[in-house]
Design a protein. Structure first.
Length: 239
């Protein structure tokens, strides 16, 4: 779906969805905005570059542009110049040429039209349902390259310049080319306890009233006070 910024501006304002750090507009009235029908964007997030929209959770921001099918959770910090790989060409077939599957490229269509021939396109293997999913509280460093059908787990950290071709477990720190797990942010027992809290469902001002600098203390305080905490009640913008 493509609409002019002017058609969507009021929706963005009413749902506190921003495109600069200051909240000022960076689009002109007739600038096109690209998105998939039915996406849900939570309030208090920011798309800081590009014209694509994707599903994104509260308190997340991105300095990079992602495919419109991407899903990003809450509390994510996404740096500049991140690239998402394109489709995998079928190297196991006779040829890796996109003539075997691309139905829309003008250089192929023009030839077929002029020669009055048919393409016989194939369905690419293992691409249906592909989606880049970035869970809550993920930090992605500058210039990282991500596979198109990747799942990055809660609390993960992607180092700058990493080339990530495999799913990333929760709270793993990965880096290199190809990216490998350098270490985990916490031990596995602590990770399980943090996941059980589902702290990303809560207002950051309430959560950070607890001792977030000491994980053991935080977990103790959270357990004592969780009955007093209310999950955020956010009304997403649905386009």
């Amino acid at each position: 779906m493509i609409k002019n910024f002017s058609e969507l501006k009021d929706h963005f304002v009413n749902h506190s969805i921003y495109f600069t750090r200051t909240g000022k507009d960076r689009f002109k009235t007739d600038d096109p905005i690209h998105y998939q029908d039915g996406i849900r964007i939570e309030p208090y997030c920011a798309f800081l570059v590009g014209r694509n929209l994707w599903e994104m959770g509260a308190f997340s921001y991105s300095w990079s542009t992602f495919p419109m099918s991407t899903k990003v959770g809450r509390y994510c910090s996404i740096a500049t110049d991140i690239k998402v790989m394109g489709l995998r060409h079928p190297h196991e077939w006779l040829t890796t040429s996109a003539t075997t599957y691309d139905r829309n490229f003008i250089i192929y269509q023009k030839y077929l039209d002029e020669k009055n021939k048919s393409q016989h396109p194939r369905r690419l293997p293992n691409i249906h349902g592909n989606q880049l999913v970035i869970d809550h509280d993920v930090w992605i460093g500058s210039r990282a390259t991500l596979k198109a059908n990747l799942h990055i787990g809660i609390g993960a950290v992607i180092a700058a310049d990493a080339v990530v071709t495999k799913d990333v477990p929760p709270f793993a720190i990965v880096g290199g080319n190809p990216a490998k797990i350098i270490k985990y942010r916490f031990d596995q027992t602590t990770i399980e306890k943090i996941l059980q809290t589902q702290w990303w469902k809560y207002d950051f001002s309430d959560i950070q009233d607890l001792d977030i600098t000491n994980i053991e203390v935080f977990l103790e305080e959270f357990e004592k006070k969780k009955h007093l905490l209310l999950e955020m009640d956010l009304s997403p913008l649905t386009l």
